[in-house]
Write a protein that binds this ligand. Sequence first.
Ligand code: ADP
Ligand code: MG
Length: 370
Amino acid sequence: MKFIADVSDLRGRYVLLRASLNVPIANGEVGDLFRLKQALPTLKFLQAQGARTIVVGHIGRDVTDTLRPVYEALSREITVAWGGLVTDPAFRVKRDAMEDGEVLLAENLRQDQGEKANDPEFAKLLASYADVYVNDAFGNIHREHASMVGVPALLPAYAGMNVRLEIEQLQKVMQPESPSLFLLGGAKFETKLPLIEKYLAIYDHIFIGGALGNDVLRALGYPVGTSLLSDTPVREDIARHPKILVPVDVEVQGPQGRRVCEPENVAADETILDAGPATVAMLKPYIAEAKTIVWNGPFGNFEHGFAEATEATAKLVAQSEAFSVLGGGDTVAATEKLGLHDQFGFVSTGGGAMLTYLEKGTTPALEALK
Ligand code: ADP
Ligand code: MG
């Protein structure tokens, strides 16, 4: 793989930079700057080299979602101009007028169907704006979209600084130093099953909490009431695997309100929404003794006030001597306000991207940079 940081003759050259700009927006403003901050080193490098940088990315799920708030936030960090839609003839006019060291931010690529469809014509249009392509969008690295795999087939292609950092850090947890602990939470068991199967072979312990934990508790024969479950039941050989740890107490909500109980005592009209304090206490020595910890997925429905187990665990991981990696949009959001992120070994900008990389060790978008 070639890295843009190793290239020096960029003055005056047009660089198409695919960045991770998919930040949470609240009331028309960027709610969390983490991903944008991670995009800055490559941007500043290109600017300092005198490149003419065209930044592209996506935001949200809706075709009308706009990168305008990202433009406002980015403007506070660097000098940047708004390019609008890449399909608009005015975009080329702005692009042609760029001077060395200038940055032009394009509107949400997903406003065009061609991005997600990996339409060759859309990729050709994007490539026509630049001499060099840089992929720094680790958060999107598992997606085969036009700006991720189409464009690098048409231009000299490099990995940006954030992609390089992510790969270096994630490779460390793929060859963990023992004792190693994988903390897994969040939802959609079936999407995380291949990862669990792979890491059962290389990690000493895997804790499964969150909605995933509900699936395991059910497979173990516990009552789970009205808890969120995945469509496919968890196989018993996974649920009963000696390396798998599960919640020993849960916080539930029912007609009588909130309470903490043992998994065997969840009533039919109760919903498991978090792990309980005994579960955190159970995890404590594993975390304290671990040399490697990787964590994806909150242990509870933190958006609705069930954040205690996740927060208490984050504090323990922050205190631990282990090399720790935390990743996932919701996991980062759930732990951010604790102000502990600089006490982790590494915080990934990837959720699905991190899990895909940890499972497969590469992705088509990364292969396209080779
Ligand atoms: P990440 O974005 O960090 O990769 P996921 O998207 O896999 O994490 O999972 C996060 C979601 O899981 C959150 O919306 C959270 O509310 C939900 N969740 C976690 N535990 C539970 C639970 N017990 N019941 C319902 N939802 C849960
Ligand atoms: Mg998520």
